[in-house]
Design a protein around this ligand. Structure first.
Ligand code: 13P
Length: 340
């Protein structure tokens, strides 16, 4: 691995206030999203949807890189052009999700562990040969009665660090995604406590595994009250709690933090990202950006609905969300942008 090349890729993904578009839903997750809006759950529908996204005119003005899944990285446009060429021609960087999903963690009821380390070195080398320059692995942590346990946090943190180290060996920048889920009725304070604990464990394991911090990107959850918590918080309270948590647990050598959206509405995700960059940015050692899936794609999916006649409207919605989030990186987003 070349430390310089890894750091350059990480910096390129953060450059010019752009963000990363996660369009790497696994086949079952993509099918679930399609079912919710009445789109047939076929290989061709998934391919057409990804073509609609990747051919959005002007997307690269706000998006530096896109995360694909194994199915999509091997697909082409209807005219036969490989998606990887479409991405490169637009000036974006291709990334690949390399975990193979979360399963129940043995002896830990209600907790999950992410799979995908078996054969990972070979898969990473293949993706690198295809042209992918970065990767993603998502671990999920659930807050509930008696959970998360140390056993679950440590197992996921170690696997994230092993993944990150293998990525760097293959010359790819690892996006390290430990997601503390927003499902549940827990308070924002509990989310902050566990997000901090998880991040400490992840960075400790990355230290143990020799991961180069300058050549990785962190993709955490924002610190939020649970979806059904009775004490919801203001945009500024969320921004403050999130920045405080990250300052306490993320080393300054990490070049950037790219939030996941995690089920927040598209506009709230933009507003909260904006608050962090506008009001709490002065002491931040890393760039604070986005790598949203739902908070960029959902409005476009609702318009597209599998019908080619809706392509232009859906692409407009995609561009709108991407550019709102780019504005949020600069602390220049405001609600009036949603009206225009
Ligand atoms: P959401 O933004 O929809 O949470 O997805 C981000 C992601 O990449 C999940 O792995």
């Amino acid at each position: 691995m070349s430390p310089r090349k890894l750091a350059d890729t990480a910096r390129a993904l953060l450059a010019n206030d752009k963000g990363v578009l996660a369009m790497d839903e696994s086949i079952p997750t993509c099918n679930k999203r399609f079912a919710s809006v009445g789109i047939p759950q076929t290989t061709e529908a998934r391919r057409a949807y990804r073509e609609m996204i990747l051919t959005t005119p002007g997307l690269a003005a706000s998006i530096s890189g896109v995360i694909l899944c194994d199915e999509t990285i091997r697909q082409q446009k209807k005219d036969g052009t490989p998606f990887l060429n479409v991405i490169a021609d637009a000036g974006m960087i291709a990334g690949i999700k390399v975990d193979t999903g979360a399963v129940d963690l043995s002896a830990h009821p209600g907790e999950r562990i992410t799979k995908g380390l078996d054969g990972l070195r070979e898969r990473l080398n293949e993706y690198a040969r295809m042209g992918a320059r970065f990767a993603k692995w998502r671990a999920v942590i659930t807050i509930g009665p008696g959970i998360p346990t140390r056993g679950c946090i440590e197992a996921n943190a170690q696997d994230l660090a092993r993944y990150a180290s293998l990525c760097q060996e293959a010359g790819m920048v690892p996006i390290v995604e430990p997601e503390v889920l927003m499902n549940g009725d827990h308070t924002m304070e509990r989310c902050q406590e566990f997000t901090g604990e998880v991040l400490h464990a992840v960075f400790h394991q990355m230290f143990e595994q020799g991961v180069l911090l300058e050549g990785m990107l962190l993709k955490p959850n924002m610190v939020l009250p649970g979806l059904t918590c009775s004490k919801q918080k203001s945009i500024d309270e969320v921004g403050h709690a999130t920045v405080q948590c990250l300052l306490r647990s993320v080393p300054a050598a990490v070049p950037g933090i790219l939030f996941l959206s995690g089920g927040q509405t598209a506009t709230l995700a933009s507003a909260r990202l904006n608050a962090m960059n506008q009001k709490f940015s002065a002491p931040l050692p890393w760039e604070v950006g986005f790598s949203f899936a739902r908070a960029i794609q959902q409005p476009a999916l609702d318009i597209w609905r599998g019908d080619e006649a809706n392509t232009i409207g859906a692409q407009h919605a995609l561009n709108h969300r991407a550019s709102c989030n780019r504005s949020a990186r600069r602390g220049e987003y405001n609600a009036s942008m949603e009206k225009s």
